[in-house]
Design a protein around this ligand. Sequence first.
Ligand code: NDP
Length: 320
Amino acid sequence: MADPIHHRVIVLGSGPAGYTAAIYAGRANLKPVVIQGLQPGGQLTITTEVDNFPGFENGTQGPELMQKMEAQAARFGTEVIFDTVMKCDLSKRPFTLYCDSDDVYTCDTLIISTGASARWLGLDAEKRLGGFGVSACATCDGFFYKDQEVAVVGGGDTAVEEALFLTNFAKKVYVIHRRDALRAEKYMQDRMFANDKVEPVWDSVVEDILGDPGAGGVTALKLRNVKTDAISELPINGVFIAIGHQPNTEPFGDQLEKDDSGYLITKPDSTATSIEGVFAAGDVQDSIYRQAVTAAGSGCMAALEAERFLAAQEGDATRK
Ligand code: NDP
């Protein structure tokens, strides 16, 4: 095992929460380190337009926004490491982090901003046909469906956004939703209903995804109407699953308190977790708002709290 590399503040994850935490910790002269994780830049790197991040009156592109945040963090002395933490020991300070590269880090305070990942329906076919017509990212894969027919599963903002994006390529986009009303914002719904290429399929769930990875991939969805139990087949060339996200907490095992959905629990009006010196910010601890701007806000809180925590620790050490 490599000798551990010690830092005062380590930030896990490189989305808006992680980089905002790094900007604040950097400005406090704490020389933070960001371990980027599997998806450098986080979920915004797989979206296109971001219209609701304040300061961009004409919107901005997700990947560009994240590049700017990274550059801003670097300007204040942040070291950004391309690696992923696989497990960690939070039972004592300094905390120990074990990375995919076999590098080991220790830190006095840890800011967890590992975000959330797309949820899947849990069908075997999702694994079998993943990359062969099954995707959770229209921005990444939509381009392959020029003039074809595709489906999006879900009824939230993500599903509607994905469906609208896919209309740039596909000739028809079905939105399969398990109810007869969307959860998405009214403004997004209006845009979707105004688009001739999009056809909602209400009260329906996907029972199976049909196709052969060796012979052109996905060919159809097997649908069940939840009101009548009628089974039907919908011929399509690709399906995009957009049914929400789950928090990325695997490296922490059961060491930190979580809610029933697996989100890290933080103290009220704070980013403090159940372990002193470990703070959580962004989607990994937020099942309600899940916005770039709220993630950035909680990243700021985490850095300020980490700074106070270190100052208190160092004050105690000086008094001893
Ligand atoms: P949501 O949790 O908001 O929506 C998930 C959707 O998937 C719901 O319609 C839900 O149905 C459906 N669903 C969940 N589980 C299943 C299942 N097993 N089978 C079938 N359908 C299922 O997630 P989103 O990812 O859409 O959005 C997350 C957050 O991000 C929200 O706060 C959203 O506002 C925000 N967001 C904002 C955007 C923007 O402002 N531009 C863009 C994208 C997301 P049901 O409705 O019946 O529960």
